[in-house]
Structure formats: C-alpha cells, structure tokens
Design a protein around this ligand. Structure first.
Ligand SMILES: Cc1cc2nc3c(=O)[nH]c(=O)nc-3n(C[C@H](O)[C@H](O)[C@H](O)COP(=O)(O)OP(=O)(O)OC[C@H]3O[C@@H](n4cnc5c(N)ncnc54)[C@H](O)[C@@H]3O)c2cc1C
Length: 423
C-alpha cells in the first residue's frame, strides 16, 4: 500500500503545528508528511519588533524542532501549486549543485500555510522608502537602519494597530534618544477598553512618543511622510505596519480566493473549491464567531491549525469529525520589554472592560510568545499520541485515499480550538 502524501506548505506558526499534529495523529506507515519551508529556521514572527531594535532571538532550526516527529522537512521555495494536477512546484534551497533547479512534488492532501507579508496598500513611496517588520529580512534591514541613526533623528511608525503599537513602544524604549512618532488612522487604541486605552496612553506618553491621531499617510518620502491634509512629518526612518497581505501565489491557482488573495475555506479549514486542500493561518479566509472573518493572527491561526489537522486525521481514518470552534480570549500586546497590556475580549474579539496591565502583562505576553514557539515543537501540547491507521481505500493508482465522508457535526461552522496560544 502506498502512503498517503500530505504536503504542508510553510513552517510558520500554523504550518509547523499542523504538520506535527498530523504526525501525532496518523500512523507512520500510512502517511508521508512533508513540510516545505523556504528558511531553515523557525521564525518567531511575533517578535520581529524585538529583532528590529537589536535584541537577539533564539535560533530555532526546524530540523531540530521536527526531529523524531515523523515530519520530513524540505527546504525549498514554493513557486506554484497545481490544484488540478495535485502538484506543488518548488525551487530547492539546498545550495548550488544540490540537485535540480525545480521540483514537482505530488500530494494527496495539501495544507497551505504560507502566511503573509507586509501590505504597503499601494501608498506612493511606501514600497521604496518604508521599512517593514512582517518578515525577518525586513526586521533585520530596519535593525541596521535604526542602529545607524544619530540621536534626535525622527522615526515614524505608520499604523495604530497591534503591530504598530508593539513596534513604536519597542523602538522608543530601546532608543530613547530618537524622536519617535506614531501615526494612527483612528484614535490611539480606540478599540480597547477604557482601562486598556488609559494604560496605553500612559506608557506611550512615558516613552515620549508623539502620537498623530486621526491621520492618514498618503505618501512616503526619503525623509518624511505626507498626510492627507498636506502636512509633512519628518521621518529619517518610516516603519509601515498598516496590515498584512498574502502571497500572490494562491491567486494564481484555481483555488477560490478573496480579492486580496486569501483562500476561502469552510468550517473545517478546507478549501471551498478543492476538497483536498486545507488552508491555515494568514492565508486562509475563514469565518469565525459573530460571522466575522478570523483576523490574521496566531491567536486564531494556531487553533485553526489544530482543527485542520484533527479534521484531516478524522477524514483519513474514518473517525468522527471534531466539533470545536475558534474563539478569542484576549489581545496580548507588548509595550516594550517592561510594560504590556492584556485586553480581554469577547469570543468575537471585542474588548470587554477587564484588562491586565504593567509588568505582569509584559511577563504574561512573554510567556505566551514562548508558549507559541514551544507549541510548534510540541504540537499536541501534552495530548496523548494517537497514531490511527488510515482507512485503506484504493484508487485505480493503488494509493490510499480518504474514506467516505463521516457526518459533519452540527454547528462546526467556526474553526477550532480548545484554548491555547492566545498570542
Ligand atoms: C511584529 C509582529 C507581531 C505580531 N504579534 C502578534 C501577536 O502578538 N499575536 C498574534 O496572534 N499574532 C501576531 N502577529 C501575527 C502573526 O505573526 C501571524 O498571524 C502568524 O505568524 C501567521 O502564521 P502563519 O503560519 O500563517 O504564517 P507565518 O508564521 O508567516 O509562516 C509562514 C511560513 O511560510 C514560509 N514561506 C512563505 N512563503 C514561502 C514560499 N514561497 N516557499 C516556502 N516557504 C514560504 C515562511 O518562511 C514562514 O516560515 C504578529 C506579526 C508581526 C509581524
């Protein structure tokens, strides 16, 4: 019997977790699980603002993290997916002379988890002049640039969302000698509770950050940003954090995607157009509680990855489909190394009155970041290994395939997750 080939694209928070969990769920004789990633190390994306200000992050080689899990690692850049022919095209990153320039990897089940990058939103000059912290190369470039700045030089962080808040406070704390400013389209932390907003304002003021609220940047130049009302704000360095955009790769496939290129999935994180494709993390457009799309985050992406892995395992082994739903618990925001904010939220991510602040919140956030990385290396979080046998139905090609569909549990529209990494 040939093994069922599962290919997971992307070893970020969600792809690595999904691959590891699948390996714990399925019998090793029955499946071949391959995790494809461009970089050899696991990148703690939630710490890119720390990397940018000069902190050294622990190196986490994927090979070490996956050792003994049964997941095979393929270091390669994904350049195409043929969802009709069930093949992934990759360029191996093994160095010169290491093999063919392009490989085609056939799959029976695909898990797409290629994450996202920064979104310059087409603002003139942003792509050319702004820095970003959505990726490690971006954070390292910013790190070099910040290190080269002299005292008093202006740094502007554009974007008042979670990433912008983390970036601006980290920079202001690490470099109190710089003139650091934040530009926010709305009010400072206007989605937070009164307590959360008050604390954020206190920390930002304490760090000497100038806040430009209700301000929209319409152009980025080499030494300033220009706002909608024609003002120029000096910026020797501009950091752009207004949101994430997904890789154009998915849009080039036959998969059903949104206008922005996220792949549309159902409540089991399965593509609505191609049932042998599952999508997790930032690349997925899944509806969550309150019929709102899940936001690009580990907070929802990690439980979605657990759910997808459990669904795939259930479908392959003829088991009962898991009935779990994603919900949000809190938004954990670092405000430099010694301050933080844990804003408690409703299931659909709206702030409630309660918030944890100060050093305790900073410590909590640090634990959560560590826990998220730990969870990648320990994908079942202490849950016993259940390596079930794949139900051996054979196609004309003799490959193990999925058994007939078990009944969908009632109310499984959301995706997943029993608590866990609420980063
Ligand atoms: C500074 C910062 C702070 C953040 N803080 C938080 C937070 O506090 N809480 C929270 O919930 N979320 C936070 N996020 C968001 C969170 O990091 C993302 O939502 C999360 O990483 C998405 O996981 P993912 O698995 O979809 O993608 P990623 O973690 O980005 O992983 C994608 C993987 O795919 C690989 N890859 C991409 N393209 C290719 C290719 N063509 N070929 C091969 N490999 C490829 C990448 O190398 C990477 O390993 C933060 C993000 C940033 C940038």
């Amino acid at each position: 019997m040939q093994q069922h080939r599962i290919i997971v694209l992307g070893a970020g928070y969600t792809g690595a977790v999904a691959a590891g969990r699948l390996a714990r769920r399925l019998h090793r004789d029955d499946v071949a699980i391959t995790l494809v990633n461009a970089e050899p190390d696991f990148v703690e994306r939630v710490r890119m603002h720390q990397l940018a200000v000069g902190q050294d992050l622990r190196t986490r080689p994927l090979r070490e993290m996956l050792a003994g899990t049964g997941v095979g690692l393929k270091l390669a850049t994904v350049t195409g997916v043929d969802v009709e022919g069930r093949t992934v095209t990759v360029e191996p990153n093994g160095g010169a002379g290491a093999g063919p320039a392009v490989e085609h990897l056939p799959y029976d089940t695909l898990v797409y988890a290629l994450g996202s990058g920064w979104d310059d939103q087409g603002v003139p000059g942003a792509a050319e002049h702004a820095h970003q912290i959505a990726s490690r190369p971006g954070a390292l470039r910013l790190r070099e640039r910040l290190a080269a700045l002299d005292a008093g030089q202006p740094v502007v962080v554009v974007g008042g969302g979670l990433t912008g808040l983390e970036a601006v406070t980290e920079i202001a704390e690490a470099r109190p000698d710089l003139a650091v400013a934040l530009v926010a389209r709305g009010g400072l932390g206007d989605w937070l509770s009164e307590k959360g907003r008050g604390h954020l304002r206190k920390v930002v003021d304490g760090l000497g950050v100038t806040v430009h609220e209700q301000t929209v940047v319409t152009r980025v130049g080499a030494d300033r940003v220009t706002t909608e009302d024609g003002r120029g704000i000096p910026a020797a360095v501009t950091v752009w954090t207004t949101g994430f955009a997904v890789h154009p790769l998915a849009r080039a496939t036959a998969l059903e995607t949104t206008g922005g290129g996220r792949i549309v999935v159902d409540g089991s994180m399965r593509s609505v157009s191609h049932p042998d494709v599952y999508v997790v993390g930032d690349a997925a457009m899944a509806m969550g509680p309150g019929d709102k799309p899940l936001r690009m985050s580990c907070a929802s992406g990690t439980p979605a990855a657990w759910h997808a892995a459990d669904v795939i395992a259930a479908r392959l082994t003829g088991g009962k489909l898991p009935d779990s739903k994603i919900r949000y618990y809190n938004q954990c925001v670092s405000l430099g190394r010694s301050e933080g904010l844990i804003q408690y939220v409703t299931a659909d991510d709206r702030s409630v009155g309660a918030a944890l602040t100060g050093r305790l919140a900073a410590f909590y956030k640090e634990l959560v970041c560590r826990g998220a990385a730990w969870g990648v290396a320990h994908p079942t979080l202490g849950v016993p290994v259940r390596r079930r046998r794949v139900v051996a139905e054979r196609t004309g090609t003799g490959r193990v395939t999925e058994p007939a569909e078990p009944a969908e549990p009632a109310g499984s529209a959301g995706a997943a997750g029993a608590g866990g990494a609420q980063v």
